[in-house]
Design a protein. Structure first.
Length: 339
């Protein structure tokens, strides 16, 4: 019997990472390739029974009683890697899956959630390009080359996404990314801010709601090397909430030695934890400018906090990637699984 089986989710609009291959790759990194098998729900029905000590079932999924009858396992764990703030089961299989499993994994958890099932943390996809940028920085420091001048006070780059209103009037759900940029434009025009909103994400409805956003719109694709170079030249990185409260920018900014001003993360958790005491948090609905001013002051008064944040991440990652050389992350993941 294998250790792990990952039954991938069915979501036509998303790629391999969201379907479950990110989770399978994470498991193989620490447990070995032979310990992990993957299949789709259709393959599960078409073949014979599948056996594993722990089965991870990706959602959304058509999985029902026929699918579960093909599984031989000790534990069933549900997961989804989407940005929704709620589980992705549906009316047809909600009660079946909740009764068959006692754990649901997402990319982040919120202490305020209550979905009638224990919530746990899933790994997110890591990118080799971040590892290359981290290694390049290590080599520069090893050669004694100076750090770049900090020509920007703050940086934000991303889509103009906001939290899924799920039944609420979208006009009543604030878009933190847009509101932060507007606040800095109107109240602190002297600050040098790099970046903006990706043009493809700025809808007519958003413009109608917030007014002219053309100053913030970036057209075309921004290569990662240009973005990361700007991060290294920015004193502060802004990480307002988008579809989800976490983003890759949290980790990228720490490795770039940029101090984070983030949406309020104090009751949120991710598998690779963030250094909560080394970030400046902005409560929902609160202005961002006071937090940015605190972050700029903190950089001046405690410049060592930047390296402290990097060392915190490196307890769990090796140069931005998952690695057996960082067993604490695997131990953190396994500790939440049923025994």
């Amino acid at each position: 019997m294998r250790e792990f089986l990952v039954v991938t989710s069915v979501s036509a609009a998303h790629g391999r990472g969201v379907s479950g291959h990110t989770l399978a790759g994470f498991l193989r990194t620490y447990a070995g390739r032979r310990a992990v098998e993957t299949c789709t729900p259709d393959e599960l029905l078409a073949g014979g029974p599948r056996s594993a000590k722990t089965v991870f079932l990706g959602l959304p999924s058509p999985a029902g009683e026929r699918h579960l009858a093909r599984l031989r396992h000790r534990h069933l764990v549900l997961f989804d890697l989407h940005d929704h703030h709620y589980p992705l089961w549906d009316d047809a299989n909600r009660e079946l899956l909740r009764s068959a499993s006692g754990l649901y994994l997402k990319c982040w958890t919120d202490e305020r959630w209550d979905f009638g099932i224990r919530m746990g943390l899933a790994p997110v996809r890591r990118y080799a390009k971040l590892r290359l940028a981290v290694e390049a920085g290590r080599l520069r420091r090893g050669l004694g080359l100076p750090e770049p001048d900090h020509r920007y006070d703050a940086l934000f780059l991303g889509a103009a996404t906001g939290r899924d209103p799920r039944g609420a009037d979208p006009a009543l759900v604030p878009n933190q990314r847009v509101s932060w940029l507007l606040e800095l434009r109107d109240q602190a025009p002297e600050l040098k801010v790099w970046g903006g909103l990706l043009a493809r994400s700025v809808s007519p409805g958003l413009q109608e709601r917030y007014g002219d956003l053309s100053r913030f719109v970036l057209r075309g694709k921004v290569p990662f090397h240009r973005y990361f170079a700007a991060l290294r030249r920015s004193r502060v990185a802004l990480t307002p909430e988008g579809n989800a409260p976490w983003s890759y920018r949290h980790y990228e900014a720490i490795y770039a030695r940029s101090l984070l001003v983030t949406c309020d993360f104090r009751r949120l958790h991710t598998l690779v934890p963030l250094p909560s005491e080394g970030m400046v948090h902005v409560e929902d609905g609160a202005p961002v400018l006071p937090a940015l001013e605190r972050a700029l002051r903190l950089r001046r008064e405690r410049p060592e906090i930047l390296e402290e944040n990097v060392r915190f991440l490196e307890r769990f990652l090796a140069g931005g990637l998952y690695s057996r050389r960082r067993p604490e992350l695997w131990e953190r993941f396994v500790a939440q699984l049923p025994r």
